[in-house]
Write a protein that binds this ligand. Structure first.
Ligand code: NDP
Ligand SMILES: O=C(O)C1=N[C@H](C(=O)O)C[C@H](O)C1
Length: 233
């Protein structure tokens, strides 16, 4: 498959290595706005750039009828607009706040635990995410997905907010520390004990592999998708 990488920073470089190891040809490595010319006619685009440029980058690729796998976080308020552009152009779009297999299993576990907690009043709930100091957005896209999974499965919560949980607002502590690749925890605390579920990424390889697997999966598909579709979860 011919893959164009839009965004060629920490993630783009690892995706490049993994894509080539899996037998793909990387036809573009862009640190600038994609165009019909510099994309170099790929089968699929993998977009890991910056929150402020992601929307325009994805829009350009979809309007050129190229399927897009997007891992960039921090732009999601415009996701519905992108999904419409994908459909209007008869192509495909897949967003994942986190492409690692482990985090996607964690999402499923989190939703099950949230549903169990619906009828249990003894426990308060709090989220925490820890990332490297270079990260531009807070909270992380993954933490937002975790919060949404809880809100959808437990009517005690209606929205998320940064910092401490208050009433129906589920709190997310966003910590920035050294070179941490990504750690996410959900805490349920009572007077007598605490339940914690936690995912710790040791490096960025799991994110990058998941993005390439998603690119392989999306070839010849039309519509809007997520990692749940790729992994059959
Ligand atoms: N979904 C997931 O599984 C994961 C998502 N992420 C997310 O992916 C995104 C990228 O992360 P990361 O690689 O660590 O970030 P980096 O800051 O290392 O890389 C961003 C890259 O985008 C380039 N860039 C700047 N402007 C443009 C533009 N207009 N078009 C295309 N590229 C541009 C930058 O170039 P220059 O260096 O010249 O500025 C840089 O190479 C972030 O939003 C992060 O949160 C990260 C890990 C996993
Ligand atoms: O910026 C990062 O590094 C990461 N971003 C994603 C997020 O915002 O959730 C995924 C991963 O945690 C690493």
């Amino acid at each position: 498959m011919k893959i164009a990488l839009v965004g060629y920073g920490k993630m783009g470089k690892i995706i490049d290595e993994i894509a080539q190891k899996r037998g793909h040809e990387v036809v573009a490595r862009l640190k600038e706005t994609p165009t019909a010319q510099n994309l170099n006619n790929p089968d699929v685009v993998i977009e890991f750039s910056l929150p402020e440029v992601a929307f325009d980058n994805i829009k350009t690729c979809l309007e050129n009828k190229i399927p897009v796998i997007c891992g960039t976080t921090g732009w999601l308020e415009k996701k519905a607009e992108i999904e419409k552009i994908a459909v209007d152009n008869d192509t495909a779009f897949l967003y994942g706040s986190n492409f690692s297999l482990g985090v996607n299993l964690f999402f499923a576990l989190n939703e099950k635990l949230a549903a169990l907690m619906k009828n249990v009043d003894e426990y308060s709930c709090q989220l925490e995410e820890i990332h490297h100091v270079h990260k531009k957005d807070a909270p992380s896209g993954t933490a937002i997905s975790i919060a949404e999974g809880i809100i959808e499965n437990n009517p005690k919560f209606e929205a998320w907010k940064l910092e401490e949980t208050q009433g129906k607002e589920l709190g997310i502590f966003a910590v920035r520390e050294d070179e941490v690749p990504g750690t996410h925890s959900v805490f349920y605390k009572s007077e007598v004990d605490e339940i914690e579920i936690k995912h710790t990424a040791f490096n960025r390889d799991g994110f990058a592999l998941g993005a390439v697997v998603a690119a392989e999966w999306i070839k010849d598909k039309k519509g809007n998708f997520g990692m749940k579709d790729v992994l059959g979860l």
